[in-house]
Design a protein around this ligand. Structure first.
Ligand code: FAD
Length: 490
């Protein structure tokens, strides 16, 4: 793995003495304490295999009470803590810095569903529940948890909330923070904040839960959450469209809202190059359309109302809509999934892009957002700016275009190794992010800051914004033990 960054931030480096280790072991038991090098390895290496950090031990508490005792002990001794869920984050937020001598606190053993309330459309869960398990639990109660992303088989709800994850349903249901009614959080001094309320309305001062969501573990440890649920979709239609260009894709989406009677669930733009990369690396995926054009759209409509005999359902509405869009020249060719397998294949292509990129080799990826209508302009200008720096780099753009969010990805020129590509990273990052800033966009749409974008955040956010963030951080974590050197350098 590459060395992390030459400018590693200053973080607390209190060593775990034998006395602290014994005390930690006494709290979490042998099952919850890992200190051998081999056992720690998966917890100190990031999903991409790019970063490897340090840790005195990995601690795996099984309850809020144990988390609280562990944090209190760390607070007393000035030991730094890196909270970790499924370790699928893409910004190095859950990976300790190499200088880290404290603990990784893994929430994986806190994986109980505490309560499902189908009447109140709410579910109370522990932070270490795997997202897909929660989706399945909601479905068993004829309810829907609308957070969906490629890593859902291993990411955990505490990690999703701490990164304010997005995914493929934001268009309709909002980011992870919109799916939350209440939280329980262990603060940096070990105190437990019980905000585990299932209230839709609660205007009693500052809305504290929103401080912890998107904070990437720098302000406290989320231990439980009350999640909102929705009616389960009963009539779903998935289609795969070859489209004229990104502008046509936006026009299709804009027309789709009314045509579907406000039932657009997802709208994902993919480049031909990204699709081909998935087909090359992910066994079992099949090209849904033979058309060979540069741009495609995965469009899904879903309704909670089951299709009634003799009435128009989602697929009839979609068919009519696509015929109109073909006529208008925005859609060049289209396939509507006729079976669950066909729909799953379409989704598998979309959701396997990160995995395919990992298999393809060295690359650079920018998770950015702009106002929705400016996506085509950003794609054109952004690709040109990057090719001006490295003409043989290969663009693989795709994104959640209904959210104005692009995963603006590039694979290194054929044969170029990671260290050589890394030499261009600074210049390319500056070019992409300057363009984003000039268009009023965001340099991190849904993946967060972690350690990867530490310097980018301080470069692009105003002094006023950074001062507010630092004030909050210092108030809640004066010793800087909660995931130090992430989000803010301080
Ligand atoms: P981790 O990686 O373990 O942690 C992420 C951050 O949260 C770290 O800073 C960590 O310290 C902190 N943290 C974790 N748990 C807690 C807790 N309980 N309390 C406080 N802090 C905590 N993201 C999207 O938004 N949209 C996508 O479509 C998307 N697709 C992805 C596809 C793939 C294949 C992969 C690998 C990742 C994808 N991601 C996506 C990245 C996404 O952020 C993560 O997958 C997920 O939200 C993080 O959950 P996790 O449990 O793995 O968190």
């Amino acid at each position: 793995p590459a060395a992390i960054s030459s400018s590693e931030p200053i973080i607390p480096t209190t060593l775990l003495t034998a006395q602290i280790r014994d005390a930690l072991r006494a709290i979490v038991g042998e099952k919850g304490f890992i200190e051998d090098k081999h056992g720690k390895q998966p917890f100190v290496t990031d999903w991409r295999g790019l970063l490897v950090g340090g840790a005195g031990a990995v601690v795996r508490p099984a309850s809020t009470e144990e988390v609280s005792q562990v944090v209190r002990l760390c607070h007393e001794h000035g030991v730094a803590i890196v909270p970790q869920g499924g370790n699928t984050g893409l910004m190095g937020g859950a990976t300790p810095w190499p200088a880290h001598t404290g603990i990784v606190l893994s929430l994986g053993r806190m994986n109980r569903v505490i309560d499902v309330d189908p009447v109140g459309y709410a579910m109370t869960v522990e932070a270490g529940c795997v997202l897909q398990t929660l989706q399945e639990t909601a479905a068993e109660h004829d309810r829907f948890l609308p957070l969906s992303l490629g890593a859902q088989g291993s990411c955990m709800i505490g990690g999703n909330l701490s990164t304010n994850a997005g995914g493929v349903q934001v268009l309709r249901y909002g980011n992870a923070r919109n799916l939350v009614l209440g939280l329980e959080v262990v603060l940096a001094n070990g105190d437990v904040w019980d905000g585990l309320r299932a209230l839709k309305k609660d205007n009693t001062g500052y809305d504290l839960k929103h401080l912890f969501m998107g904070a990437e573990g720098t302000l406290g440890i989320i231990t439980k959450a009350v999640l909102k649920l929705w009616p389960a979709p009963k009539d779903v239609c998935t289609s795969w469209l070859a489209v004229r260009d990104p502008r046509a894709a936006l026009e299709i989406l804009s027309e789709a809202h009314a045509a579907s009677e406000d039932n657009v669930g997802s709208c994902e733009l993919m480049s031909r190059s990204a699709i081909d990369m998935v087909l090359r690396h992910i066994p079992g995926t099949q090209d849904p359309l033979k058309a060979n054009t540069p741009w495609y759209l995965l469009l899904e409509w879903s309704s909670a109302r089951a299709r009634q005999d003799g009435t128009e359902g989602m697929s009839e509405k979609m068919e009519q809509f696509l015929a109109d869009q073909l006529e208008a020249g925005r859609v060049l060719d289209a396939a509507i999934a006729q079976t669950g397998n066909q729909s799953r294949n379409m989704w598998r292509i979309r959701e396997s892009v990160a995995e395919a990129q990992r298999a393809e080799g060295p690359g650079l990826s920018f998770d950015v957002s702009v106002a929705i209508s400016r996506i085509p302009e950003f794609i054109d200008k952004g690709i040109k700016a990057v090719l001006d720096i490295l003409p043989s780099i290969r663009p693989y753009p795709l994104g959640h275009i209904g959210d104005g969010n692009l995963h603006f990805s590039f694979m290194g020129p054929k044969g170029m190794d990671q260290p050589t590509l890394t030499q261009y990273k600074g210049a390319i990052t500056r070019a992409v992010n300057d363009l984003i800033a000039s268009m009023g966009g965001s340099i991190s749409a849904e993946h967060g800051i972690g350690m990867d974008k530490l310097d980018e955040l301080s470069h692009y956010r105003s002094k006023t914004e950074l001062d507010i963030m630092r004030t909050i951080k210092r108030a809640l974590d004066p010793q800087n033990i909660m995931n130090p050197g992430k989000v803010l350098r301080l």
